[in-house]
Design a protein around this ligand. Structure first.
Ligand SMILES: [Zn+2]
Length: 272
């Protein structure tokens, strides 16, 4: 039978997992639940009564719980980073758009890029003097690939807005290499137009909230609606391409699974 020591350890591991739960991203939580589900009936039994299962079975449970615990993303933060996070999360904190997007990125990914940390630390150090935070579109658009996006209009009237996300290749000016940009797609000869800074930030923030699957769904929707590839922007000439929103070359970058998921999500995004 399981020893009282094993029982205590199992209880402690379960408590740890429960305590961490609010901080774990949903995708990870699902994996953890699957791992725990494999031993669940025995787990319940041993917590109630150490004699309920064999010592060997208890070891197996402990192993499984350790696997589950290992799935929790460990952000090792410096003291300054922890303080800056605490500061930006405070409910009374007035967060400008940039800080809101940093916080949203943190909540979603439990990580920030070096540049994003630099911005957050500087904002904290100056207690949010907005001017000290550089407008860094690359940081805002971190994780959002270049491409053509269709997203629900912010006016909320079920229309779609179209945007182009690009990265400067530095051909004209090497100093600009790597800079990111968002433009509004208007079609016609102009194709894309620049937006006011405030609008550009607002759109970038919205795009930044998209998961990788949602990014692909938005690109696919662009392709279907506009008839140009959501990834490279070239005209979609055949029917398959128009239906899938991506040209034959760009489709190769999507797995069959992703394509299926993305197609399913498309209807959700349009809201029909
Ligand atoms: Zn393409």
């Amino acid at each position: 039978m399981a020893s009282p020591k094993q029982q205590t350890y199992i209880k402690a591991l379960v408590e740890d997992l429960k305590a961490e739960e609010p901080n774990i991203p949903n995708a990870v939580l699902t994996k953890i639940e699957q791992v725990v589900a494999a031993v669940h009936p025995d787990l319940v039994a041993v917590i109630a009564n150490a004699d309920a299962i064999t010592s060997r079975r208890a070891s197996a449970i402990i192993e499984q719980l350790l696997v589950a615990k290992g799935l929790i993303p460990q952000a090792t933060l410096t003291e300054a980073q922890e303080k800056a996070l605490e500061w930006v999360k405070a409910p009374e904190q007035h967060r400008d758009g940039f800080l809101q997007s940093l916080l949203a990125t943190w909540e979603r990914k439990k990580e920030l890029t070096e540049k994003q940390w630099a911005c957050l630390l500087r904002a904290h150090a100056t207690n949010g003097a907005v001017k000290s935070v550089p407008l860094d579109m690359a940081a805002l658009l971190n994780g959002i690939p270049d491409g053509w996006y269709a997203i629900e209009s912010r006016t909320g009237n079920n229309d779609l807005d179209f945007f182009l996300v690009t990265t400067n290749a530095g051909r004209m000016n090497p100093a600009n290499k790597g800079k990111r940009w968002v433009k509004r797609f208007v079609g016609g000869d102009a194709k894309t137009i620049d937006m006011r800074t405030s609008e550009r930030i607002a759109v970038a923030q919205e795009l930044a909230l998209l998961s990788p699957e949602e990014c692909q769904a938005a690109q696919l929707l662009f392709g279907q609606e506009v008839g140009s590839c959501g990834r490279c922007g070239k005209s979609l000439t055949d029917e398959t391409s128009r239906n899938t929103g991506f040209g034959p070359e760009c489709r190769k970058h999507l797995s069959a699974d992703v394509l299926a998921t993305v197609l399913a999500q498309t209807t959700e995004l349009v809201g029909v």
